[in-house]
Design a binder for this molecule. Structure first.
Ligand code: AGP
Length: 596
């Protein structure tokens, strides 16, 4: 939702904070601010992106500070509502990620006690609460203030005349980076990789205080916590553009490696790492949001095919309203960030219901990994572009692996079938590379259709969710109204919408649905819509039905979602490029959504 960084060290804090903050801009970019705590508090904020802040801000002197980039939840994205927010005496500054649910009552109480508020944010109660408690120990004052707030948060606090940054979390991410003569805090390890790869993940309820040469963590009861740092193997280039114009394009092109890495050591023997030995699940429930939800929909087809286990898929924010299943399903929670509040809430609900849980996550040590019984990491590396790309294809890999595991356990997969699946999985990086090699042809085609206002995506069976994901990519990146449908549904209503100005993207690979897809394509082209098809190389029939086509190398249809979605990722990217959209930072969207 928002991004926070903090620094205490031997160098000037301002340039380091700005540098780290830029790597968190994917978390929100409607306003930003920075506070440096010298003998006095220096605070500067502005509406707009970090570049606007950087251009306008004065030089600040001091080696302790915090910075924030915001995605507004409470209060408009204006300069006054930007973080950090200060107390009455302008001595303390607070940056916050999350929502303080009881802020109204707390604010009224503080106002009665004479505190002056300048913003419309929920956050502002916190600097005032700390101010009311602060004598000479900032950690204690923060602990006391925490007793008065409900909700979700990461708070980072600095105080004029103090050499420390104090931070704490509840259901929002917070990591400490350890340097030499300097220490950092951040919402995400990628912000800090330029400076250190030694990280400590802070847990819910803990309060951490960093100075230039110390890191002290206390738990909710005030006991000191000792935790070994983890060495992060991602390097800085992984988190930078590396010559590509956008993170999204770089991440699309990283997919052969990401898929390869996600398979490494996992397909030599699918029995090597059984998640739940001797457990048999009669149903599976997959829970996720957005792109991860569409991965889950593909997962349903994979699990039902390979493990023969009936599978349902649910949007995380709706999960708690579903009835408790008598079958005690295995609940699979998919989230690239591992921090999506709706999915974390669903994981807790699943636990409450007594279900076994598996998480599929990309960020090591993220919150979901502490909520579930077992985590399958996707190993895609950091994904900075707001649009999920390589994390989607690697989520599909994780689902193939999970389905093989379940199918092995319940004996619905034969050794021969497994060998053949492993062979296909091994070849997937090559199928994806073939698609990437056609990027310029896809770009030319996308340009041709880039003035469309509406675009419909159709597919059947396992490629129906890919139609949904293609539509989502087109919406969020290219700002074209994109809608995905099971191809058979068009005649039940959506056909009324189609016209010459609404191109149809049809996934028509040669599988058991192919003939029916040709029928559906005929229905739309008879009504004047141009059709762009995605089909298997060597198909001589499809060109007779469509206006344009993009070809992928033939693979077993169950695995076709992987190369097909790469086509649609490039399609959305080049549509957005032709339309001049801010590809890595689409309006109104944040990469990690830590509010419900
Ligand atoms: C996809 O391009 C979006 N950025 C979004 O739908 C995303 O997949 C969703 O918010 C879920 O995020 P998660 O995987 O980190 O939980």
């Amino acid at each position: 939702m928002c991004g926070i960084v903090g620094y205490a060290g031997w160098r000037d804090a301002q340039p380091i904070l700005l540098d780290c903050l830029k790597r968190l801009e994917y978390r929100g970019y409607d306003s930003a601010g920075l506070a440096v705590a010298g003998t006095e508090l220096q605070l500067f904020k502005s509406a707009g992106e970090i570049a606007v802040l950087e251009a306008a801000m004065p030089e600040m002197k001091g080696s302790v500070g915090i910075a924030h980039t915001r995605w507004a939840t409470q209060g408009k994205p204006t300069t006054v509502n930007a973080h950090p927010l200060a107390d009455c005496s302008n001595r303390l500054a607070v940056a916050h990620n999350g929502i303080i649910s009881n802020f109204m009552g707390v604010r009224e109480e503080l106002q009665k006690n004479g505190h002056n508020f300048t913003s419309d944010t929920d956050t502002e109660v916190f600097p005032h609460l700390v101010e009311a408690e602060f004598k000479d120990d900032l950690v204690k004052a923060v602990q006391k203030a925490l007793e008065k707030v409900d909700g979700t948060y990461t708070f980072a606090v600095v105080c004029a005349g103090c050499d420390q940054v104090v931070a704490t979390r509840r259901e929002s991410p917070l990591v400490v980076g350890l340097g030499e003569g300097e220490n950092f805090i951040a919402s995400d390890v990628t912000a800090l990789l330029k400076y250190t790869n030694r990280m400590i993940y802070i847990q819910d309820g803990e309060v951490v205080s960093i100075t230039k040469d110390s890191v002290k963590i206390v738990d909710g009861k005030g006991n000191e916590v000792r935790r070994e740092p983890q060495k992060i193997t991602w390097n800085l280039e992984d988190a930078e553009k590396g010559g590509y114009p956008h993170f999204m394009l770089k991440e699309i092109f990283e997919q052969p490696d990401a898929i390869h890495d996600s398979l490494l050591g996992r397909i030599e023997s699918v029995e090597a790492e059984p998640f739940f030995q001797n457990e048999h699940f009669s149903t599976v429930k997959i829970v996720a949001c957005g792109t991860s939800y569409y991965a889950g929909l593909v997962g349903k087809y994979i699990i039902e095919e390979l493990a023969r286990i009936p599978t349902t898929v649910q949007i995380s924010s709706e999960y708690r309203y579903s009835s408790v299943s008598r079958e005690n399903p295995l609940v699979v929670l998919i989230t690239q960030s591992g921090e999506t509040a709706d999915t974390l809430g669903a994981a807790r609900e699943a636990k409450k219901r007594g279900n076994k849980t598996v998480g599929i996550a990309n960020v090591i040590g993220s919150a979901i990994t502490r909520e579930v019984d077992h985590t399958i990491y996707t190993r895609a590396g950091p994904e900075i572009g707001v649009a999920a790309t390589k994390t989607f294809t690697t989520q599909l890999i994780a689902l193939y692996l999970l389905a093989m595991e379940l199918g092995t356990q319940n004996r619905s997969l034969t050794a021969q079938a497994k060998r053949s699946i492993v062979g296909t999985l091994r070849n997937l990086p090559r199928s994806v590379q073939d698609v990437l090699n056609q990027a310029s042809e896809i770009e030319a085609l996308a340009k041709k259709y880039s003035s469309a206002r509406d675009m419909f995506f159709i597919g059947r069976s396992i490629n129906y969710p890919i139609a949904l994901e293609g539509a989502l990519k087109t919406k969020e990146i290219a700002y074209i109204h994109g809608e995905g449908f099971p191809a058979g549904e068009l005649k039940h209503g959506p056909l009324a919408l189609i016209s010459r100005d609404s191109p149809i993207v049809a996934i028509a690979v040669k599988d058991h649905t192919y003939e029916k897809m040709l029928g559906n394509i005929s229905e739309v082209s008879a009504r004047g819509s141009p059709v762009i098809a995605i089909g298997f190389e060597g198909d001589t029939e499809l060109p007779r039905y469509v206006d344009d086509a993009i070809w992928i190398r033939e693979i077993p249809p169950m695995f076709s979602p992987v190369p097909v979605i790469v086509v649609l990722q490039l399609w959305a990217y080049y549509l957005a490029k032709a339309r001049g959209c801010p590809i890595d930072k689409p309006k109104n969207i944040a990469k990690t959504v830590t509010v419900e």
